[in-house]
Design a binder for this molecule. Structure first.
Ligand SMILES: Nc1ncnc2c1ncn2[C@@H]1O[C@H](COP(=O)(O)OP(=O)(O)OP(=O)(O)O)[C@@H](O)[C@H]1O
Ligand SMILES: O=C(O)[C@H](O)COP(=O)(O)O
Length: 405
């Protein structure tokens, strides 16, 4: 069921109203408290702009990191300059997220103003989803907008509990867009639909692979997990990453793909290394030719060609997880080739969805992030959605009013 959206709220619903906006401003900071990647800040802007342009008073809330109690290095203060710049107004910052100081600042906040609350995780009650704390947060506002997609898999006070005390509780534009792509486009894709799954271990992607096997036409596997599949097929894998207790699972996933008519492609060649290091000696060998003492750290050129050819036949692609150890330049070729292929296909009208985590970093490194149809701002949240799970922060929101036909 679709959720009510902040776009359904007009000036008459919003003018003069205090709106509690939960965003995910959990951004990486360097040692000098500078933001090193502002993607999540930029992604939060459309919802806030819609609210301020319609005369609302925005109470902006987020967590940062995983603090245990009040921890200055996890203050949201470093967010103020960038938010102010992007919004074109001076954002006011509170030193707490509840209590008299917040109420005082709110009382003097003009229509169209933004008050940034301090890190909501400075209270342990946030992660415990304590109703009394949720009630205090809710008491600040007239209505609630959840735009924190990256935290929507957490049932916390500011993402879930607060909805029990604030109506309406609606989805922000970012949350809506993430759901449109990661649920909408994946459930009813333009076909053929390909899924690319990589990353280190098959164990962390079982749910995603099983769920995507129900929906996709082509499944391409890369990354460290392929060696568990190779070994399950009786190949020698040298000292490559293998999960011995998942060999049976790998076999059953291959059988499941066959039974469902999904074309599951494993790399036919790999780049192997004599140690796990950026300066390792490397060579390209067929999947069946990994010698003892060597480990596979990337997919090889034949595999890149086969994968690119398969991707060239599709209309929708979702990608989660790198093809190799892309942090080492020598073993980044496969991942970067896939990123470039998706960029090329995106330009030809193929829907390209990057499902969070390290594949996002790879796409950004290659400089093709802007051309993708959608790049998720969620790590854990996007993985859970791709596994077919429902997210508590989404479930708690009001249903959209059905359109009469
Ligand atoms: N052949 C390989 N051997 C060992 N590690 C690998 C191999 N290929 C990829 N990796 C590693 O897998 C890691 C990414 O795996 P992970 O499962 O965390 O992917 P992800 O889903 O993109 O990330 P996230 O968990 O943040 O969503 C990278 O650090 C990469 O170096
Ligand atoms: O970075 C994330 O994945 C989100 O902000 C959620 O953070 P958490 O894993 O600390 O809940």
């Amino acid at each position: 069921m679709a959720k009510k959206s902040v776009g359904d709220l007009t000036a008459s619903d919003l003018k003069g109203k205090k709106v509690f906006v939960r965003a995910d401003l959990n951004v990486p900071l360097d040692d000098n408290q500078n933001i090193t990647d502002d993607t999540r800040v930029r992604a939060a802007i459309p919802t806030i702009k819609h609210l301020i342009q319609n005369g609302a008073k925005v109470i902006l809330s987020s967590h940062l990191g995983r603090p245990k109690g009040v921890t200055p290095k996890y203050s949201l203060a470093p967010l103020v300059p960038r938010l102010s710049e992007l919004l074109g107004i001076q954002v006011v910052k509170a030193d707490d997220c509840i209590g008299p100081e917040v109420e005082k600042l709110l009382a003097s906040l003009p229509e169209g103003g933004v008050l940034l609350l301090e890190n909501v995780r400075f209270y342990k009650e946030e992660e415990k989803n304590e109703p009394e704390f949720a009630k205090k947060l809710a008491s600040l506002a007239d209505l609630y907008v959840n735009d924190a997609f990256g935290t929507a898999h957490r049932a916390h006070a500011s993402t879930e509990g607060v909805t029990k005390f604030l109506k309406p509780s609606v989805a922000g534009f970012l949350l809506q867009k993430e759901l449109d792509y990661l649920v909408g486009a994946v459930s009813s894709p333009k076909r053929p639909f390909a899924a690319i799954v990589g990353g280190s271990k098959v164990s962390s992607k079982i749910g995603v692979i099983e769920s995507l096997l129900e929906k996709c036409d082509i499944l391409l596997l890369g990354g460290g997990m392929i060696f568990t599949f190779y070994k399950a097929q009786g190949l020698s894998v040298g000292s490559s990453l293998v999960e011995e207790d998942k060999l049976g699972l790998a076999t059953s996933l291959l059988e499941k793909a066959k039974a469902k008519g999904v074309s599951l492609l494993l790399p036919t060649d790999v780049v192997i290394a004599d140690k796990f290091a950026p300066d390792a000696n490397s060579k390209i060998v067929p999947a069946s030719g990994i010698p003892d003492g060597w480990m596979g750290l990337d997919i090889g050129p034949d595999s890149i060609k086969t994968f690119n050819d398969a991707l060239g036949t599709t209309q929708t692609i979702i990608w989660n997880g790198p093809m190799g150890v892309f942090e080492f330049e020598k073993f980044a070729v496969g991942t970067e080739a896939i990123a470039k292929k998706l960029a090329e296909l995106s330009g030809k009208g193929v829907t390209t969805i990057i499902g969070g985590g390290d594949s996002v970093a790879a796409v950004e490194k290659v400089g093709v992030a802007d051309v993708m149809s959608h790049i998720s701002t969620g790590g854990g949240a996007s993985l859970e959605l791709l596994e077919g799970k429902e997210l508590p922060g989404v479930l708690a929101l009001d249903e959209a009013t059905p359109v009469a036909v």
